[in-house]
Design a binder for this molecule. Structure first.
Ligand SMILES: NC(=O)c1ccc[n+]([C@@H]2O[C@H](COP(=O)([O-])OP(=O)(O)OC[C@H]3O[C@@H](n4cnc5c(N)ncnc54)[C@H](OP(=O)(O)O)[C@@H]3O)[C@@H](O)[C@H]2O)c1
Length: 322
C-alpha cells in the first residue's frame, strides 16, 4: 500500500530519511481493527522521529504519523486515538508507563491503512470534515487536557497561552474561547499576534510583556524562553500547565520563591485519553469551533508539509489527504 515512512535518521537533515513509497498492507491482530485513512495531520513528533528522537533504529522502516481520520471496517467515519496502551492497562492510558504513540512502536497513519486497538477509534460526527477531524488526536487533544483536565479551567476563568503560533497553542486559544474563558496570548511575531486575535484571543502581547491582569492558569509549551513570564503572570494559587519545551528544557531562573510564596502549582500534561478525545470531538460538534488548518496537501506531497514545519512556516495544522 501507499505509505510515507522513515527509512533512516538524520539530526541535521531530517528530510533525507523520508520516503514516499510502498509498504506491506497491515494485518490487524486480535482485538485490533483496520482504519482506511482519509486524512492525517503532521506534528513536530514526526520531524523528531526523522531526527532519531523517540524512535529506535531497529523499528525502521516506520510509517510516520500520529493523527488520522477515516473509515472503520464497517464504513463508519472515525477519528483515531493515537495513544496505544498496554492490553493489561486499565484507567487513564496517559499514565501507562508502557504506552506508545502511533509511529513509535506501531506503524503510523501516513498510509492507505492503519491498524489500531478497537477501543482507539472514536465516532466522527458529520459536522467535522475528515481534514478537521485529523487535526484532533495529538495537538488538539493535548490542549484539551491541559485546559480542562490538568488546568481545571471553567467558564469565566482567565488563561494565558504562550507562543501563539504553535499547534498546541492555537488549539488552546480556540478551545479556551469556545469554553467561555478569557484568553490572553503571547507571540514574538506581530503577524502571529494578529492571527491569534482572529482565532479567538481577547488580547495579545509581545512575549515577556507585562500583562494588565494576573491569570488563573498559563498554558506553557515554549519552556525556557517564557517560563519566568509564565510564573510571574499567575494569580496566587494559579496553575502553570506545561506540555512541551520548544525553546529548551533548562531554566535560567525557575522562580522558586514566587512558586511557594504565591502557592502556585506546576502541572505536567501529556496527550490525553480516549474519553477526552471523544469529549473534544463532541465539544467541536456542539460549539462550531474548528481546528485551524494551515494547508492541505495530498499525502504524496508530504515532504512539502514536513519542510514547511521544519522552517517554522506554519500557523495551524498541516493536513495530508488520501
Ligand atoms: N506532551 C504532549 O503530549 C505534547 C503534544 C504535542 C506537542 N508537545 C510539545 O509541545 C511543544 C509545542 O509544540 P507545537 O507543535 O504546538 O509548537 P511549535 O511549533 O514547536 O512551537 C510553539 C511556539 O513556541 C514559540 N517559541 C519557539 N521558540 C521560542 C523562543 N525562543 N522564544 C519564545 N517563543 C518561542 C513559538 O511561538 P511564537 O513564534 O508565536 O512566539 C512557537 O509558535 C513541542 O515541544 C512539542 O514537542 C507535547
Amino acid at each position: 500500500m501507499f505509505a510515507v515512512y522513515a527509512d533512516s535518521f538524520s539530526s541535521d537533515d531530517p528530510l533525507s530519511g523520508l520516503v514516499v513509497g510502498e509498504r506491506p498492507e497491515p494485518e490487524a491482530p486480535d482485538g485490533w481493527t483496520t482504519v482506511t485513512v482519509k486524512a492525517a495531520s503532521l506534528n513536530h513528533h514526526d520531524v523528531w522521529s526523522l531526527r532519531g528522537v523517540g524512535l529506535k533504529q531497529e523499528a525502521l522502516p516506520m510509517i510516520l504519523g500520529c493523527d488520522a481520520a477515516g473509515l472503520d471496517e464497517d464504513g463508519n467515519e472515525v477519528v483515531v486515538h493515537a495513544v496505544v496502551s498496554d492490553p493489561s492497562w486499565s484507567g487513564d492510558e496517559t499514565f501507562d508507563p508502557k504506552r506508545s504513540l502511533l509511529s513509535e512502536r506501531h506503524q503510523g497513519t501516513f498510509a492507505d491503512k492503519v491498524v489500531v486497538p478497537r477501543r482507539n477509534v472514536v465516532p466522527k460526527p458529520a459536522s467535522l470534515s475528515f481534514e478537521e477531524a485529523a487535526c484532533l488526536p495529538t495537538a488538539w487533544l493535548t490542549a484539551y487536557r491541559m485546559l480542562f483536565t490538568r488546568g481545571d479551567l471553567t467558564a469565566g476563568d482567565t488563561v494565558l497561552v504562550q507562543g501563539a503560533g504553535g499547534g498546541v497553542a492555537t488549539a488552546a486559544i480556540i478551545l479556551g474561547r469556545a469554553a467561555g474563558l478569557r484568553v490572553l496570548a503571547t507571540s514574538r511575531d506581530e503577524a502571529k499576534r494578529a492571527r491569534a486575535l482572529e482565532i479567538g484571543a481577547h488580547e495579545v502581547f509581545e512575549s515577556g510583556a507585562r500583562l494588565p491582569v494576573k491569570v488563573d492558569a498559563v498554558m506553557e509549551t515554549v519552556g525556557r524562553a517564557t517560563w519566568s513570564h509564565s510564573v510571574r503572570s499567575l494569580k496566587p494559587g494559579g496553575r502553570l500547565v506545561i506540555s512541551g519545551t520548544t525553546s529548551g528544557p533548562q531554566l535560567d531562573d525557575a522562580e522558586l520563591t514566587r512558586i511557594f510564596f504565591l502557592q502556585l502549582s506546576v502541572v505536567g500534561s501529556t496527550m490525553g485519553t480516549r474519553d477526552e478525545l471523544a469529549s473534544l470531538v463532541s465539544m467541536l460538534d456542539a460549539t462550531g469551533a474548528r481546528p485551524l488548518v494551515d494547508r492541505v496537501l495530498p499525502m504524496e506531497q508530504a515532504a512539502e508539509g514536513f519542510a514547511a514545519m521544519i522552517d517554522g512556516d506554519v500557523f495551524g495544522k498541516v493536513v495530508l489527504t488520501r
